[in-house]
Design a protein around this ligand. Structure first.
Ligand code: MSP
Length: 520
Protein backbone atom coordinates (compact mmCIF):
# COMPACT_ATOMS: atom_id res chain seq x y z
CA UNK A 1 0.00 0.00 0.00
CA UNK A 2 1.27 3.47 -0.87
CA UNK A 3 1.68 5.22 2.45
CA UNK A 4 2.56 8.65 1.14
CA UNK A 5 -0.01 11.36 0.64
CA UNK A 6 0.54 14.57 -1.30
CA UNK A 7 -2.02 17.34 -0.87
CA UNK A 8 -1.86 20.91 -2.13
CA UNK A 9 -3.72 24.17 -1.68
CA UNK A 10 -3.78 26.75 -4.44
CA UNK A 11 -0.87 29.13 -4.13
CA UNK A 12 -2.29 32.47 -3.02
CA UNK A 13 -1.88 35.66 -4.99
CA UNK A 14 0.61 37.82 -3.13
CA UNK A 15 -1.37 40.87 -4.11
CA UNK A 16 -3.06 41.90 -0.89
CA UNK A 17 -4.27 40.65 2.46
CA UNK A 18 -6.02 37.33 2.52
CA UNK A 19 -9.59 37.12 3.77
CA UNK A 20 -11.45 34.38 5.58
CA UNK A 21 -12.46 32.75 2.25
CA UNK A 22 -8.81 32.06 1.41
CA UNK A 23 -8.32 30.89 4.97
CA UNK A 24 -11.08 28.34 4.44
CA UNK A 25 -9.21 26.64 1.55
CA UNK A 26 -6.12 26.30 3.69
CA UNK A 27 -7.94 25.11 6.81
CA UNK A 28 -9.75 22.49 4.78
CA UNK A 29 -6.49 21.22 3.29
CA UNK A 30 -4.74 21.35 6.64
CA UNK A 31 -7.47 19.25 8.24
CA UNK A 32 -7.23 16.63 5.51
CA UNK A 33 -3.44 16.57 5.79
CA UNK A 34 -3.63 16.22 9.58
CA UNK A 35 -6.19 13.45 9.29
CA UNK A 36 -3.92 11.52 6.91
CA UNK A 37 -0.99 11.98 9.30
CA UNK A 38 -3.16 10.68 12.12
CA UNK A 39 -3.87 7.62 10.00
CA UNK A 40 -0.13 7.08 9.64
CA UNK A 41 0.51 8.40 6.13
CA UNK A 42 3.75 10.10 5.24
CA UNK A 43 2.19 13.41 4.20
CA UNK A 44 3.50 16.30 2.16
CA UNK A 45 1.23 19.30 2.42
CA UNK A 46 2.13 22.08 0.02
CA UNK A 47 1.02 25.68 0.10
CA UNK A 48 2.62 28.92 -0.97
CA UNK A 49 2.30 32.11 -2.95
CA UNK A 50 1.69 33.05 -6.56
CA UNK A 51 3.87 36.12 -7.01
CA UNK A 52 4.01 37.07 -10.68
CA UNK A 53 1.65 38.88 -13.03
CA UNK A 54 0.21 42.21 -13.99
CA UNK A 55 -1.87 42.73 -10.90
CA UNK A 56 1.14 42.38 -8.62
CA UNK A 57 3.27 44.55 -10.90
CA UNK A 58 0.59 47.27 -10.79
CA UNK A 59 0.07 47.00 -7.04
CA UNK A 60 3.80 47.31 -6.47
CA UNK A 61 3.95 50.40 -8.69
CA UNK A 62 1.09 51.97 -6.75
CA UNK A 63 2.94 51.28 -3.51
CA UNK A 64 6.18 52.70 -5.01
CA UNK A 65 7.99 49.44 -4.39
CA UNK A 66 9.75 47.03 -6.65
CA UNK A 67 7.62 43.91 -7.12
CA UNK A 68 9.92 41.64 -5.14
CA UNK A 69 9.94 44.02 -2.17
CA UNK A 70 6.17 44.24 -2.42
CA UNK A 71 5.59 40.48 -2.46
CA UNK A 72 8.13 39.85 0.30
CA UNK A 73 5.99 41.87 2.70
CA UNK A 74 2.80 40.12 1.69
CA UNK A 75 4.38 36.70 1.97
CA UNK A 76 5.42 37.46 5.53
CA UNK A 77 1.82 38.36 6.35
CA UNK A 78 0.53 35.18 4.75
CA UNK A 79 3.01 33.04 6.68
CA UNK A 80 1.96 34.79 9.88
CA UNK A 81 -1.68 34.06 9.08
CA UNK A 82 -0.99 30.37 8.56
CA UNK A 83 0.90 30.20 11.83
CA UNK A 84 -1.98 31.87 13.60
CA UNK A 85 -4.45 29.38 12.15
CA UNK A 86 -2.23 26.42 12.98
CA UNK A 87 -1.64 25.45 9.37
CA UNK A 88 0.88 22.64 9.52
CA UNK A 89 2.29 22.74 6.00
CA UNK A 90 5.40 20.83 4.94
CA UNK A 91 6.47 23.01 2.04
CA UNK A 92 5.84 26.70 1.43
CA UNK A 93 6.64 27.51 -2.17
CA UNK A 94 7.06 30.97 -3.65
CA UNK A 95 6.90 31.32 -7.42
CA UNK A 96 9.82 33.75 -7.16
CA UNK A 97 12.01 31.00 -5.64
CA UNK A 98 14.96 30.15 -7.90
CA UNK A 99 14.20 26.45 -8.02
CA UNK A 100 10.65 27.11 -9.18
CA UNK A 101 11.82 29.52 -11.88
CA UNK A 102 14.26 26.88 -13.11
CA UNK A 103 11.49 24.29 -13.37
CA UNK A 104 9.11 26.61 -15.23
CA UNK A 105 11.79 27.58 -17.73
CA UNK A 106 12.69 23.94 -18.30
CA UNK A 107 9.06 22.92 -18.73
CA UNK A 108 8.42 25.73 -21.23
CA UNK A 109 11.53 24.83 -23.25
CA UNK A 110 10.64 21.16 -23.18
CA UNK A 111 7.13 21.82 -24.49
CA UNK A 112 8.53 24.10 -27.21
CA UNK A 113 11.08 21.49 -28.32
CA UNK A 114 8.37 18.84 -28.45
CA UNK A 115 6.24 21.04 -30.67
CA UNK A 116 3.47 21.49 -28.09
CA UNK A 117 4.27 25.20 -27.84
CA UNK A 118 4.58 27.36 -31.00
CA UNK A 119 4.95 31.10 -31.74
CA UNK A 120 2.05 33.23 -33.07
CA UNK A 121 0.14 36.49 -32.42
CA UNK A 122 -2.35 36.98 -29.69
CA UNK A 123 -5.31 39.30 -29.85
CA UNK A 124 -8.10 38.96 -27.39
CA UNK A 125 -9.74 39.67 -24.12
CA UNK A 126 -7.80 39.60 -20.91
CA UNK A 127 -9.00 39.96 -17.34
CA UNK A 128 -6.26 41.61 -15.29
CA UNK A 129 -7.51 40.73 -11.78
CA UNK A 130 -7.97 37.05 -12.72
CA UNK A 131 -4.83 36.94 -14.91
CA UNK A 132 -6.97 35.11 -17.41
CA UNK A 133 -7.37 35.19 -21.21
CA UNK A 134 -10.98 34.81 -22.21
CA UNK A 135 -12.71 33.88 -25.44
CA UNK A 136 -15.65 35.91 -26.77
CA UNK A 137 -18.07 33.20 -25.70
CA UNK A 138 -16.81 33.15 -22.14
CA UNK A 139 -17.57 36.86 -21.56
CA UNK A 140 -20.81 37.76 -19.84
CA UNK A 141 -22.07 41.23 -20.85
CA UNK A 142 -18.53 41.87 -22.12
CA UNK A 143 -17.16 41.31 -18.64
CA UNK A 144 -15.12 38.60 -16.98
CA UNK A 145 -17.45 35.71 -16.04
CA UNK A 146 -15.56 35.08 -12.78
CA UNK A 147 -15.05 38.49 -11.19
CA UNK A 148 -17.57 40.38 -13.39
CA UNK A 149 -15.09 43.18 -14.04
CA UNK A 150 -14.13 44.85 -17.35
CA UNK A 151 -11.70 43.03 -19.59
CA UNK A 152 -9.06 44.62 -21.85
CA UNK A 153 -8.06 43.83 -25.45
CA UNK A 154 -4.52 42.52 -25.80
CA UNK A 155 -2.52 42.09 -29.05
CA UNK A 156 1.04 40.85 -29.02
CA UNK A 157 3.52 38.25 -30.27
CA UNK A 158 3.03 35.22 -28.16
CA UNK A 159 3.67 31.55 -27.71
CA UNK A 160 0.71 29.20 -27.82
CA UNK A 161 0.18 25.85 -26.22
CA UNK A 162 -1.57 23.27 -28.42
CA UNK A 163 -4.07 22.20 -25.87
CA UNK A 164 -6.61 21.26 -28.56
CA UNK A 165 -4.32 18.35 -29.47
CA UNK A 166 -4.99 16.74 -26.11
CA UNK A 167 -8.74 17.40 -25.77
CA UNK A 168 -9.84 13.84 -26.60
CA UNK A 169 -7.28 12.32 -24.30
CA UNK A 170 -8.42 14.62 -21.50
CA UNK A 171 -12.08 13.80 -22.00
CA UNK A 172 -11.28 10.09 -21.96
CA UNK A 173 -9.30 10.48 -18.75
CA UNK A 174 -12.12 12.38 -17.06
CA UNK A 175 -14.70 9.85 -18.14
CA UNK A 176 -12.61 6.84 -17.13
CA UNK A 177 -11.68 8.30 -13.74
CA UNK A 178 -14.90 9.36 -12.07
CA UNK A 179 -13.06 10.60 -8.97
CA UNK A 180 -10.67 12.85 -10.91
CA UNK A 181 -12.97 15.88 -10.63
CA UNK A 182 -15.04 16.20 -7.49
CA UNK A 183 -17.78 16.97 -6.66
CA UNK A 184 -19.60 15.37 -9.59
CA UNK A 185 -21.44 18.61 -10.48
CA UNK A 186 -18.14 20.36 -11.26
CA UNK A 187 -17.15 17.53 -13.56
CA UNK A 188 -20.30 17.94 -15.63
CA UNK A 189 -19.80 21.70 -15.78
CA UNK A 190 -16.23 21.28 -17.07
CA UNK A 191 -17.16 18.74 -19.72
CA UNK A 192 -20.26 20.52 -20.99
CA UNK A 193 -19.18 24.16 -20.72
CA UNK A 194 -15.50 23.98 -21.53
CA UNK A 195 -14.21 20.75 -23.07
CA UNK A 196 -17.04 19.65 -25.37
CA UNK A 197 -17.57 23.11 -26.99
CA UNK A 198 -13.91 22.80 -28.11
CA UNK A 199 -10.63 23.81 -26.56
CA UNK A 200 -8.72 26.65 -28.20
CA UNK A 201 -4.95 26.79 -28.06
CA UNK A 202 -3.82 28.72 -25.04
CA UNK A 203 -1.67 31.82 -25.15
CA UNK A 204 1.18 31.06 -22.76
CA UNK A 205 3.55 34.01 -22.97
CA UNK A 206 3.38 37.79 -22.73
CA UNK A 207 5.69 40.55 -23.97
CA UNK A 208 3.82 43.49 -22.47
CA UNK A 209 4.41 42.22 -18.97
CA UNK A 210 7.75 42.41 -17.22
CA UNK A 211 7.03 40.82 -13.84
CA UNK A 212 7.14 37.14 -14.70
CA UNK A 213 9.46 34.27 -15.48
CA UNK A 214 11.36 34.97 -18.73
CA UNK A 215 11.20 32.36 -21.47
CA UNK A 216 14.76 31.00 -21.49
CA UNK A 217 15.24 31.04 -25.27
CA UNK A 218 13.27 34.27 -26.01
CA UNK A 219 13.66 36.62 -23.08
CA UNK A 220 11.26 39.33 -24.37
CA UNK A 221 8.53 36.94 -23.30
CA UNK A 222 7.47 36.02 -19.82
CA UNK A 223 5.57 32.82 -19.09
CA UNK A 224 1.80 33.12 -18.63
CA UNK A 225 1.07 33.16 -14.89
CA UNK A 226 -1.11 30.07 -14.87
CA UNK A 227 1.62 27.96 -16.54
CA UNK A 228 4.01 29.40 -13.96
CA UNK A 229 1.62 28.85 -11.04
CA UNK A 230 0.42 25.34 -11.88
CA UNK A 231 3.99 24.12 -12.23
CA UNK A 232 4.47 24.78 -8.51
CA UNK A 233 2.92 21.42 -7.70
CA UNK A 234 5.90 19.62 -9.23
CA UNK A 235 8.67 22.19 -8.82
CA UNK A 236 8.09 21.84 -5.06
CA UNK A 237 8.91 18.14 -5.46
CA UNK A 238 12.18 18.87 -7.24
CA UNK A 239 10.99 18.29 -10.80
CA UNK A 240 13.73 19.53 -13.15
CA UNK A 241 15.49 21.64 -10.57
CA UNK A 242 18.22 21.26 -7.98
CA UNK A 243 15.95 20.57 -5.05
CA UNK A 244 15.70 17.13 -3.47
CA UNK A 245 13.77 14.93 -5.88
CA UNK A 246 10.55 13.79 -4.23
CA UNK A 247 8.72 13.02 -7.46
CA UNK A 248 9.10 9.25 -7.13
CA UNK A 249 7.59 9.17 -3.66
CA UNK A 250 4.93 11.86 -3.94
CA UNK A 251 3.85 12.29 -7.56
CA UNK A 252 1.10 11.96 -8.72
CA UNK A 253 -0.52 14.18 -6.12
CA UNK A 254 -3.35 12.60 -4.22
CA UNK A 255 -5.37 15.77 -4.00
CA UNK A 256 -5.41 19.34 -5.27
CA UNK A 257 -7.86 21.35 -3.16
CA UNK A 258 -9.06 24.41 -5.09
CA UNK A 259 -11.94 26.88 -5.03
CA UNK A 260 -14.62 26.26 -7.63
CA UNK A 261 -13.63 29.18 -9.88
CA UNK A 262 -10.18 27.75 -10.53
CA UNK A 263 -11.19 24.14 -11.12
CA UNK A 264 -11.04 24.90 -14.86
CA UNK A 265 -7.30 25.61 -14.74
CA UNK A 266 -6.66 22.46 -12.74
CA UNK A 267 -8.67 20.02 -14.83
CA UNK A 268 -7.91 21.38 -18.30
CA UNK A 269 -4.61 23.24 -18.56
CA UNK A 270 -2.79 21.36 -15.82
CA UNK A 271 -3.60 17.81 -16.99
CA UNK A 272 -2.71 18.80 -20.54
CA UNK A 273 0.64 20.18 -19.38
CA UNK A 274 1.22 16.89 -17.61
CA UNK A 275 0.22 14.89 -20.71
CA UNK A 276 2.70 16.92 -22.73
CA UNK A 277 5.41 16.28 -20.13
CA UNK A 278 4.58 12.59 -19.99
CA UNK A 279 3.76 12.72 -16.30
CA UNK A 280 0.81 11.02 -14.58
CA UNK A 281 -2.18 13.17 -13.62
CA UNK A 282 -3.11 14.02 -10.03
CA UNK A 283 -5.59 11.55 -8.59
CA UNK A 284 -8.17 14.15 -7.67
CA UNK A 285 -9.05 17.81 -8.00
CA UNK A 286 -11.63 18.91 -5.46
CA UNK A 287 -13.46 22.16 -6.18
CA UNK A 288 -14.88 23.50 -2.94
CA UNK A 289 -17.60 26.12 -2.66
CA UNK A 290 -17.22 29.71 -1.60
CA UNK A 291 -17.79 31.40 1.68
CA UNK A 292 -20.45 33.99 0.97
CA UNK A 293 -21.23 37.29 2.61
CA UNK A 294 -24.62 38.79 1.91
CA UNK A 295 -25.10 36.21 -0.83
CA UNK A 296 -21.88 37.11 -2.68
CA UNK A 297 -18.36 35.77 -2.83
CA UNK A 298 -16.17 37.69 -0.44
CA UNK A 299 -14.43 40.29 -2.48
CA UNK A 300 -12.07 43.05 -1.54
CA UNK A 301 -13.18 45.33 -4.37
CA UNK A 302 -16.77 45.12 -3.15
CA UNK A 303 -15.74 45.89 0.40
CA UNK A 304 -17.17 42.66 1.73
CA UNK A 305 -14.33 40.82 3.34
CA UNK A 306 -13.72 39.40 6.75
CA UNK A 307 -10.18 39.78 7.93
CA UNK A 308 -9.23 36.54 9.68
CA UNK A 309 -6.67 38.30 11.86
CA UNK A 310 -9.27 40.70 13.26
CA UNK A 311 -11.72 37.85 13.69
CA UNK A 312 -9.12 35.89 15.67
CA UNK A 313 -8.84 38.76 18.14
CA UNK A 314 -12.44 38.15 19.16
CA UNK A 315 -12.78 34.39 18.89
CA UNK A 316 -10.60 31.35 19.34
CA UNK A 317 -8.85 29.94 16.30
CA UNK A 318 -10.50 26.57 16.77
CA UNK A 319 -13.99 28.04 16.90
CA UNK A 320 -13.29 29.73 13.56
CA UNK A 321 -11.79 26.56 12.09
CA UNK A 322 -14.78 24.57 13.32
CA UNK A 323 -17.34 26.97 11.91
CA UNK A 324 -15.74 27.13 8.47
CA UNK A 325 -15.33 23.37 8.19
CA UNK A 326 -18.89 22.76 9.32
CA UNK A 327 -20.47 25.52 7.27
CA UNK A 328 -18.96 24.93 3.81
CA UNK A 329 -20.37 21.53 3.06
CA UNK A 330 -18.89 19.22 0.38
CA UNK A 331 -18.44 21.58 -2.49
CA UNK A 332 -21.42 23.80 -1.64
CA UNK A 333 -21.20 27.45 -0.69
CA UNK A 334 -21.38 28.45 2.94
CA UNK A 335 -22.41 31.67 4.61
CA UNK A 336 -20.50 33.72 7.12
CA UNK A 337 -22.11 36.21 9.38
CA UNK A 338 -21.35 37.12 12.95
CA UNK A 339 -24.61 35.93 14.42
CA UNK A 340 -24.65 32.56 12.66
CA UNK A 341 -21.07 31.99 13.71
CA UNK A 342 -21.71 32.75 17.38
CA UNK A 343 -24.87 30.66 17.45
CA UNK A 344 -22.93 27.66 16.17
CA UNK A 345 -20.13 28.20 18.67
CA UNK A 346 -22.64 28.30 21.51
CA UNK A 347 -24.74 25.36 20.38
CA UNK A 348 -21.96 22.95 19.45
CA UNK A 349 -18.79 24.02 21.18
CA UNK A 350 -20.11 25.43 24.47
CA UNK A 351 -23.28 23.43 24.99
CA UNK A 352 -22.14 20.09 23.65
CA UNK A 353 -18.36 19.73 23.74
CA UNK A 354 -17.40 22.21 26.47
CA UNK A 355 -20.23 21.09 28.69
CA UNK A 356 -19.45 17.40 28.35
CA UNK A 357 -15.84 17.93 29.32
CA UNK A 358 -16.48 20.25 32.24
CA UNK A 359 -19.28 18.07 33.66
CA UNK A 360 -17.21 14.91 33.39
CA UNK A 361 -14.05 16.36 34.88
CA UNK A 362 -15.95 18.05 37.71
CA UNK A 363 -17.51 14.72 38.65
CA UNK A 364 -14.18 12.85 38.53
CA UNK A 365 -12.81 15.53 40.86
CA UNK A 366 -15.84 15.54 43.14
CA UNK A 367 -16.31 11.79 43.54
CA UNK A 368 -12.80 10.40 43.00
CA UNK A 369 -10.47 13.26 43.95
CA UNK A 370 -9.58 13.78 40.33
CA UNK A 371 -8.42 10.20 39.70
CA UNK A 372 -10.05 8.43 36.75
CA UNK A 373 -11.73 5.30 38.16
CA UNK A 374 -11.60 1.86 36.57
CA UNK A 375 -14.45 0.38 34.59
CA UNK A 376 -16.22 -2.28 36.63
CA UNK A 377 -19.27 -3.96 35.18
CA UNK A 378 -20.60 -2.87 31.80
CA UNK A 379 -24.39 -2.83 31.58
CA UNK A 380 -26.72 -2.78 28.61
CA UNK A 381 -27.35 0.89 29.30
CA UNK A 382 -23.71 1.58 28.41
CA UNK A 383 -23.73 -0.19 25.07
CA UNK A 384 -25.30 2.54 22.93
CA UNK A 385 -22.55 4.97 23.90
CA UNK A 386 -19.74 2.41 23.79
CA UNK A 387 -20.73 1.08 20.39
CA UNK A 388 -21.21 4.55 18.93
CA UNK A 389 -17.79 5.62 20.13
CA UNK A 390 -16.18 2.42 18.88
CA UNK A 391 -17.74 2.88 15.44
CA UNK A 392 -16.95 6.57 15.23
CA UNK A 393 -13.47 6.11 13.75
CA UNK A 394 -14.81 4.17 10.76
CA UNK A 395 -17.64 6.60 10.14
CA UNK A 396 -15.36 9.62 10.31
CA UNK A 397 -12.78 7.91 8.09
CA UNK A 398 -15.37 7.06 5.50
CA UNK A 399 -16.55 10.70 5.34
CA UNK A 400 -12.99 11.95 5.21
CA UNK A 401 -12.22 9.58 2.34
CA UNK A 402 -15.03 11.32 0.45
CA UNK A 403 -13.82 14.76 1.66
CA UNK A 404 -17.14 15.28 3.44
CA UNK A 405 -15.55 17.13 6.33
CA UNK A 406 -18.75 18.71 7.53
CA UNK A 407 -20.37 15.26 7.77
CA UNK A 408 -17.35 13.88 9.61
CA UNK A 409 -17.68 16.66 12.18
CA UNK A 410 -21.42 16.05 12.41
CA UNK A 411 -20.80 12.40 13.31
CA UNK A 412 -18.37 13.40 16.05
CA UNK A 413 -20.81 15.95 17.46
CA UNK A 414 -23.71 13.48 17.33
CA UNK A 415 -21.64 11.20 19.48
CA UNK A 416 -20.74 14.08 21.82
CA UNK A 417 -24.44 14.77 22.12
CA UNK A 418 -25.04 11.11 22.92
CA UNK A 419 -22.46 11.32 25.72
CA UNK A 420 -24.34 14.26 27.23
CA UNK A 421 -27.53 12.23 27.01
CA UNK A 422 -25.69 9.35 28.73
CA UNK A 423 -24.91 11.68 31.64
CA UNK A 424 -28.53 12.79 31.84
CA UNK A 425 -29.74 9.18 31.83
CA UNK A 426 -27.19 7.56 34.15
CA UNK A 427 -27.45 10.51 36.59
CA UNK A 428 -23.99 10.24 38.19
CA UNK A 429 -24.96 12.82 40.85
CA UNK A 430 -27.53 10.35 42.18
CA UNK A 431 -25.09 7.43 41.97
CA UNK A 432 -22.58 9.56 43.86
CA UNK A 433 -25.01 9.99 46.75
CA UNK A 434 -25.48 6.26 47.20
CA UNK A 435 -22.63 4.12 48.62
CA UNK A 436 -23.96 0.99 46.91
CA UNK A 437 -23.72 2.60 43.51
CA UNK A 438 -20.07 3.49 43.66
CA UNK A 439 -19.02 0.74 41.21
CA UNK A 440 -21.65 1.87 38.78
CA UNK A 441 -20.44 5.46 39.10
CA UNK A 442 -16.88 4.30 38.35
CA UNK A 443 -17.98 2.67 35.11
CA UNK A 444 -20.05 5.66 34.02
CA UNK A 445 -17.21 8.11 34.59
CA UNK A 446 -14.65 5.83 32.97
CA UNK A 447 -16.89 5.53 29.91
CA UNK A 448 -17.21 9.29 29.71
CA UNK A 449 -13.47 9.89 30.02
CA UNK A 450 -12.74 7.30 27.35
CA UNK A 451 -15.37 8.79 25.03
CA UNK A 452 -13.83 12.23 25.46
CA UNK A 453 -10.35 10.82 24.71
CA UNK A 454 -11.69 9.42 21.45
CA UNK A 455 -13.40 12.72 20.55
CA UNK A 456 -10.22 14.59 21.30
CA UNK A 457 -8.13 12.39 18.98
CA UNK A 458 -10.71 12.51 16.21
CA UNK A 459 -11.07 16.28 16.55
CA UNK A 460 -7.31 16.86 16.42
CA UNK A 461 -7.14 17.34 12.61
CA UNK A 462 -9.87 19.97 12.72
CA UNK A 463 -9.33 21.68 16.08
CA UNK A 464 -5.72 21.01 17.02
CA UNK A 465 -5.55 23.46 19.95
CA UNK A 466 -8.73 22.11 21.52
CA UNK A 467 -7.49 18.57 21.20
CA UNK A 468 -4.25 19.50 22.98
CA UNK A 469 -6.18 21.20 25.77
CA UNK A 470 -8.44 18.20 26.25
CA UNK A 471 -5.36 15.99 26.35
CA UNK A 472 -3.94 18.15 29.14
CA UNK A 473 -7.15 18.03 31.11
CA UNK A 474 -7.58 14.27 30.85
CA UNK A 475 -3.87 13.58 30.88
CA UNK A 476 -4.23 10.69 28.48
CA UNK A 477 -1.09 9.21 26.96
CA UNK A 478 -2.41 6.89 24.30
CA UNK A 479 -3.40 9.00 21.30
CA UNK A 480 -2.85 6.72 18.35
CA UNK A 481 -5.41 6.28 15.61
CA UNK A 482 -5.44 2.52 16.28
CA UNK A 483 -6.43 3.04 19.90
CA UNK A 484 -9.67 4.78 18.99
CA UNK A 485 -11.91 1.82 18.38
CA UNK A 486 -10.93 -0.33 21.37
CA UNK A 487 -12.64 1.69 24.11
CA UNK A 488 -9.87 0.99 26.59
CA UNK A 489 -7.19 3.61 25.89
CA UNK A 490 -7.89 5.63 29.05
CA UNK A 491 -5.78 4.42 31.95
CA UNK A 492 -7.59 4.21 35.28
CA UNK A 493 -5.57 6.02 37.94
CA UNK A 494 -4.79 9.00 35.71
CA UNK A 495 -5.24 12.38 37.39
CA UNK A 496 -7.42 14.91 35.57
CA UNK A 497 -7.18 18.70 35.72
CA UNK A 498 -10.09 21.07 35.69
CA UNK A 499 -8.35 23.96 33.93
CA UNK A 500 -10.24 26.68 32.13
CA UNK A 501 -13.58 26.34 30.44
CA UNK A 502 -12.79 25.52 26.80
CA UNK A 503 -15.65 27.39 25.17
CA UNK A 504 -17.35 29.93 27.45
CA UNK A 505 -20.82 30.77 26.20
CA UNK A 506 -20.91 33.92 24.12
CA UNK A 507 -23.50 36.52 24.99
CA UNK A 508 -24.52 37.03 21.38
CA UNK A 509 -26.49 40.22 21.85
CA UNK A 510 -23.67 41.95 23.70
CA UNK A 511 -21.01 40.68 21.36
CA UNK A 512 -22.99 41.82 18.33
CA UNK A 513 -23.06 45.33 19.75
CA UNK A 514 -19.34 45.20 20.39
CA UNK A 515 -18.68 43.92 16.88
CA UNK A 516 -20.95 46.33 15.06
CA UNK A 517 -19.22 46.99 11.71
CA UNK A 518 -16.00 45.51 13.08
CA UNK A 519 -15.24 43.06 10.34
CA UNK A 520 -18.03 42.87 7.85
N1 MSP B 1 -3.14 32.15 -7.48
C1 MSP B 1 -4.32 31.46 -7.84
C2 MSP B 1 -4.19 29.96 -7.62
C3 MSP B 1 -3.07 29.30 -8.38
S1 MSP B 1 -2.98 27.61 -8.03
C4 MSP B 1 -1.86 27.00 -9.08
C5 MSP B 1 -5.51 31.95 -6.99
N2 MSP B 1 -5.19 32.62 -5.88
S2 MSP B 1 -6.26 33.32 -4.92
O1 MSP B 1 -5.48 33.92 -3.86
O2 MSP B 1 -7.08 34.22 -5.66
O3 MSP B 1 -7.21 32.24 -4.37
C6 MSP B 1 -6.72 31.16 -3.61
C7 MSP B 1 -7.85 30.27 -3.18
O4 MSP B 1 -8.74 30.97 -2.30
C8 MSP B 1 -8.71 29.77 -4.34
O5 MSP B 1 -8.92 28.38 -4.22
C9 MSP B 1 -10.00 30.51 -4.16
O6 MSP B 1 -11.10 29.78 -4.62
C10 MSP B 1 -10.05 30.62 -2.64
N3 MSP B 1 -11.02 31.65 -2.26
C11 MSP B 1 -10.99 32.98 -2.52
N4 MSP B 1 -12.15 33.54 -2.06
C12 MSP B 1 -12.93 32.58 -1.49
C13 MSP B 1 -14.15 32.57 -0.81
N5 MSP B 1 -14.87 33.65 -0.62
N6 MSP B 1 -14.58 31.38 -0.31
C14 MSP B 1 -13.83 30.24 -0.42
N7 MSP B 1 -12.69 30.22 -1.06
C15 MSP B 1 -12.23 31.35 -1.66
O7 MSP B 1 -6.64 31.71 -7.37
Amino acid sequence: MKNTYYITTPIYYASGNLHIGHTYTTIMSDSIARFKRLQGYNVKFLTGTDEHGLKIQQNAEKASKNPKEYVNEIVEKIKFLWELFNIDYDIFIRTTDDYHIETVQNIFENLYKNGDIYKGTYKGHYCIPCESFLTETQLIDNKCPDCKRDVIIQKEDAYFFKISKYADKLLKHIEENPLFIQPESRKNEMINNFIKPGLQDLCVSRTSLKWGIPVKFDSDHVVYVWIDALSNYISALGYRNNRENLMDSFWPADLHVVGKEIVRFHVIYWPIMLFALNLPLPKQVFGHGWLLINGNKMSKSQGSVIDPIILSKHFSIDSIRYFLLREVNFGNDGVFNNELFMMKVNSDLSNLLGNLISRTISMVIKYFNGVIPNQTEILNDDMELINSVKNLKDKVTSYMDQLKISNALSEIFNCISLSNKYIDETKPWILGGDKNSIDRLKTVLYNLCESIRVFSILLSPFMPNTSKEIKCKLNYEIDSFDSISEFNGTKAGTIVQKGENLFPRINIEEKLKELLNKYI
